[in-house]
Design a protein around this ligand. Structure first.
Ligand code: SF4
Length: 386
């Protein structure tokens, strides 16, 4: 609840994850629904606020960070010395486990050999890059600041550097995107073979500039069926190229799955710092204020900037767990499926329907996983869990 002071998040000696939100961007992309600002003068006070927030959260003695993730916004928009200071402060406060995965999101236009050098020295070992497309007209519609050539140069630079695991984000269902234009982006990505590729469908349920554009040009947007076709097509292309489709939106070369993101899908503890950041630890879930000024004000008064904190009921916790596990190709284990079937009969009926239609597959232990077509329709199944 707001004002709660300390977070004793983890039981003794276990690992945890930490997400840190850096909400700064040079401009706002046309599809963006994240909590971001273009006011760079707020960067320094915000870093100070993050440091202050971290001083209000004590993890139990012996807890180490298995994963640390700087998301945004664009962490690569934070001046390097300030970013180094933040990483050093957090690493001193929350010891990193040996071999911890430390990720920072970056936009292609911000990457340089100098930035890679300094970030590697600061301990970053994984980069997640917002590529989105290699088709100039699509990048323009998305109001991205980089060109296809900038994205290609950035991927080349970071993969040749060799010190980082690399994720590239691609977007599906961009206005006027076709199978042929998507093929251009996927072929280009595959010439570089990043360790990990995330595929996002353009979301139209929240307000952003492309939604206004859709009111004037509905014909430019793929229908749900066309978007589903693009998704299944990417699945075929990337799996044929040796990537594992290990989560609804994520592909990885063997051994390179995103460890931080997997924590959420397996309901493992993740602590969180920054505006709008969400944390979870067992049945406890919480979120920070999603208003930047409110966040800064709260910390200037020495108060944790919590917006809400919930303790899930056993039934809600089960529902949440099965929903997240079914996002993964490994699916939900038999014990969990049996418990949810018993607690939520309407979900059990829907799951049986999915199994009959071949949208889900059961193993001999009663565990269940969804097929790619099942993932596409998973909202119908997950609706029965809320
Ligand atoms: S770079 Fe990412 S966070 Fe920033 S405006 Fe674009 S979509 Fe939003």
């Amino acid at each position: 609840m707001p004002g709660e002071r300390h977070e004793h998040g983890s039981s003794s000696g276990r690992g945890t994850g930490l997400y840190v939100h850096l909400p700064f961007c040079a401009s706002r992309c046309s599809y963006c629904t994240f909590v971001v600002t273009t006011h760079s003068r707020l960067i320094e006070p915000y870093i100070e606020a993050l440091e202050q927030e971290s001083s209000l959260i004590d993890l139990e003695a012996g807890t180490r960070l298995d994963t640390l993730y700087f998301g945004g916004g664009t962490p690569s928009q934070v001046p390097i010395p300030l970013f180094e200071r933040l990483v050093a402060t957090l690493s001193a406060r929350y010891p990193l486990a040996s071999g911890a995965e430390v990720t920072a999101e970056a936009n292609p236009e911000d990457l340089s050999p100098h930035l890679l050098e300094r970030w590697a020295a600061a301990g970053i070992n994984r980069l997640s890059m917002g590529i989105q497309s290699f088709v100039p007209a699509e990048l323009e519609l998305l109001d991205r600041r980089h060109t296809a050539q900038t994205a290609a140069n950035a991927l080349e630079m970071v993969l040749t550097d060799g010190r980082f695991q690399v994720n590239a984000d691609l977007m599906l269902a961009i206005p006027r995107q076709t199978v042929a234009s998507l093929r251009i982006s996927v072929d280009k990505i595959l010439t570089y073979r990043p360790h990990h590729i995330s595929i996002y469908l353009l979301e139209m349920d929240k307000p952003h500039r492309l939604r206004t554009y859709a009111n004037r040009h509905p014909e430019a947007f793929p229908t749900d069926e066309q978007a589903a076709g693009l998704y299944l097509q990417v699945h075929d292309w990337l799996t044929s190229a040796g990537y594992l489709h290990y989560e609804i939106s994520n592909f990885a070369l063997p051994g390179h799955m995103a460890r931080h993101n997997i924590r959420y899908w397996r309901s493992a503890p993740v602590h969180a710092l920054g505006v709008a950041a969400h944390g979870l630890d067992g049945p406890r879930h919480w979120a920070n204020l999603d208003n930047l000024h409110g966040y800064l004000l709260s910390l200037s008064q020495g108060t944790r900037p919590l917006a809400w904190s919930n303790h899930l009921s056993p039934k809600d916790e089960l529902a949440q767990k099965v929903m997240l596990q079914l996002r993964l190709a490994e699916g939900a284990p038999g014990g969990l499926v049996a418990a949810v079937r018993q607690a939520l009969p309407t979900f059990a009926d829907k799951l049986s329907e999915f199994l009959e239609l071949g949208l889900a597959v059961a193993d001999e232990t009663g565990g269940v996983h969804l097929t790619p077509r099942g993932w596409l329709l998973s909202n119908e199944l997950f609706r029965e869990l809320v």
